[in-house]
Design a protein around this ligand. Structure first.
Ligand SMILES: CC(=O)N[C@H]1[C@@H](OP(=O)(O)OP(=O)(O)OC[C@H]2O[C@@H](n3ccc(=O)[nH]c3=O)[C@H](O)[C@@H]2O)O[C@H](CO)[C@@H](O)[C@@H]1O[C@H](C)C(=O)N[C@@H](C)C(=O)N[C@H](CCC(=O)O)C(=O)O
Ligand SMILES: Nc1ncnc2c1ncn2[C@@H]1O[C@H](COP(=O)(O)OP(=O)(O)OP(=O)(O)O)[C@@H](O)[C@H]1O
Length: 529
């Protein structure tokens, strides 16, 4: 069985706009008659065309999208937008063709025009950085809800439109999908939207056609060096977010050394926030209490204004994420006092698969996490250690066909921070899982502190091995799968939930009953229609 690819959310009642209007508005060249052609949507995937769509043919890594224009026409596309190279390729579609220099660069503005998302946009809050984007965007959304607004969210894990939840594909959707999502949100009277913005999104024009009210930066550390030549190139992709074309005001975390560089390079006004002792920002977060189900912190800003609240997650980094989220809302115009009042009983956020505790009261604690970089491991292991009286057992595997240069460091950090390390598989994709594990074992052996090392494949056996080794008071951190509901094995998305697997394993080992494991099940299920 293959897991379903989640849908793209579009407006349910799209308004038609004339193709001729688009051509005039953007002063574009075209081939073929534009008369009477009405557009109701935009897509760059022929497989997802809906009647009335403008099909955008871009040159991709594998092929030129224009070669699928005929398929798009057969599915109801009414026009094609492509580059000079695509004109010939798309000619067999029989559709009018609009020609631009770079269809990818045009996609944001064109989609904004078709979906009219520039007219009365919601409050837009965007966050980028290596780690913490999903967490910050969920916390922003949670606080906005606690302030009484109808909200939207676009994150790696899920997209939310008010109370509707669907699982995500990419972290940041393609621009056509982003504008369709915003148009759908408008139908639901969404007033404020939190958006997670990946480096790839900034490099690939996915947030074009949007000007965020507030943009934020969490941190930068080793990741994605398969897409970027080095850390500087990766940084350049991220810092492009701090530009007047993309955002009005910025909030920068100083928790990684890259934060100062963002401040130096920003072309918009920014404020800073720090949760690192000894690093002083305009806003500073101080951890007051760390428990297995929450972290309490105080945030102090200019003129000594402060608020104290809790975030229902472990670790200083989650307090740092929550502090950043609060400062984003202050920069968006909300009064700190009003936020403090709304958060007097704590931030009411549920983050699927982010150090999510999936065990009950009487078993070893089992956390399922989405961390897949050395820095994420470092922080999450430290957080688990702080709230664990016994031993820390770590289970993880590395992504196949993704940045292989981080594998040694991930395993080294994992060994340094745990007492028992179970190396297993994650998404092998087209790589040999055995050789990924061998690299991880090598990395673990480079650690100064050598955890007791086990290599167990596949992951369902690994989590059971970890649970068999665990005693009361111990904690297991299963890093990597997070919220995901599949494993990618040779390009096939096999249905798989690490959270469910861990709950089942706890029941089988006698630590939990079916009833108690059921109580721990995902409190808010995503609809993956
Ligand atoms: C490496 C990369 O970024 N690839 C993206 C790219 O694919 P591509 O260039 O290979 O496309 P292609 O296969 O050559 O096809 C060219 C065009 O023809 C279209 N096509 C192709 C075949 C067909 O039958 N019909 C059709 O219309 C394709 O939709 C595309 O528009 O264009 C596609 C369409 O827009 C994207 O979906 C795809 O993202 C892939 C799925 C991906 O995995 N991207 C990752 C790297 C990514 O973006 N990750 C970030 C960050 C995650 C994080 O922070 O950890 C994210 O934001 O998710
Ligand atoms: N501020 C932070 N600093 C360091 N590590 C963090 C921070 N916030 C979260 N993490 C770690 O990174 C993991 C992923 O968190 P989150 O999903 O919020 O980040 P992300 O930026 O969205 O990641 P991705 O881009 O892979 O989706 C967490 O589970 C935790 O291990």
């Amino acid at each position: 069985m293959t897991a379903r690819i989640p849908p793209v959310l579009r407006p349910e009642h799209p308004l038609a706009r004339p193709l001729a209007g688009l051509v005039t508005e953007f002063d574009l060249e075209s081939v073929g008659s534009l008369d009477g052609v009405e557009l109701t949507g935009v897509t760059l995937r022929s497989t997802e065309v809906q009647p009335g769509d403008l099909y955008v043919g871009i040159r991709g890594v594998n092929s030129h999208g224009a070669q699928y224009a005929k398929d798009a026409a057969d599915s109801g596309a009414v026009a094609v937008l492509t580059d000079a190279e695509g004109v010939d390729l798309a000619s067999d579609s029989g559709l009018p063709i609009v020609v631009v220099e770079s269809p990818r660069a045009a996609l944001g503005d064109v989609s904004a025009w078709v979906y009219r998302t520039g007219e009365h946009p919601p409050l837009l809050l965007g966050v980028t950085g290596t780690n913490g984007k999903t967490s910050v965007s969920y916390v922003v959304e949670a606080i906005l809800k606690q302030l009484g607004l109808v909200t939207g969210l676009s994150s790696t894990a899920e997209r939310h439109i008010g109370d509707l939840t669907v699982v995500s594909r990419l972290t940041t959707p393609e621009a056509s999908e982003m504008h369709a999502l915003l148009a759908r949100m408008r139908e639901s009277e969404v007033r404020a939207v939190a958006v997670e913005v990946s480096a790839q999104a900034l490099s690939q024009n996915r947030v074009d056609g949007l000007v965020f009210d507030v943009v934020a930066f969490t941190n930068l550390s080793h990741d994605h060096l398969d897409d970027y030549a080095d850390m500087n190139e990766y940084f350049e992709a991220k810092v492009a977010f701090f530009d007047p074309e993309r955002g009005k005001r910025g909030v920068v975390s100083l928790d990684s050394p890259w934060g100062e560089k963002v401040v130096e390079r920003s072309r918009i006004p920014v404020t800073t926030v720090s949760a690192t002792p000894g690093v002083v920002g305009e806003w500073n977060a101080e951890i007051l209490e760390e428990q297995s189900s929450f972290t309490r912190f105080r945030l102090t800003g200019p003129e000594g204004r402060s608020l104290e609240t809790t975030v229902p997650l472990i670790g200083w980094h989650m307090a740092a994420n929550a502090a950043l989220a609060i400062v984003m809302l202050v920069e968006a115009g909300f009064e700190l006092e009003a936020i403090g009042h709304a958060l007097k009983d704590g931030i009411d956020a549920y983050l699927p698969g982010r150090t999510e505790l999936v065990s009950g009261e009487h078993s070893p604690a089992v956390y399922v996490d989405f961390g897949h970089s050395p820095d994420a491991f470092l922080n999450t292991l430290a957080a688990v250690r702080k709230v664990t009286p016994g031993r820390v057992i770590m289970v993880f595997g590395a992504d196949g066909d993704r940045d292989a240069t981080k594998r040694h460091e991930m395993a080294r950090v994992a060994s340094e921070g745990s007492d028992i390390l179970v190396i297993t598989d994650h998404h092998p994709r087209f790589e040999n899982p055995e050789s990924i594990r061998a690299t991880l074992v090598e990395g673990a052996q480079l650690a100064e502190h050598q955890a007791e090392l086990h290599e167990v494949s596949p992951p369902e056996k690994a989590i059971r091995a970890a649970i068999a080794l665990a005693q009361e008071g111990d904690a297991i951190l299963w890093a990597g799968p997070g919220h995901q509901d599949y494993r990618d094995i040779r390009g096939e998305r096999t249905p798989y939930s690490a959270r469910q697997e861990a709950r089942d394993a706890l029941v089988e080992a006698g630590w939990e009953s079916n009833e108690s494991a059921g109580r721990q099940a995902d409190p808010r299920q995503a609809d993956s229609r």
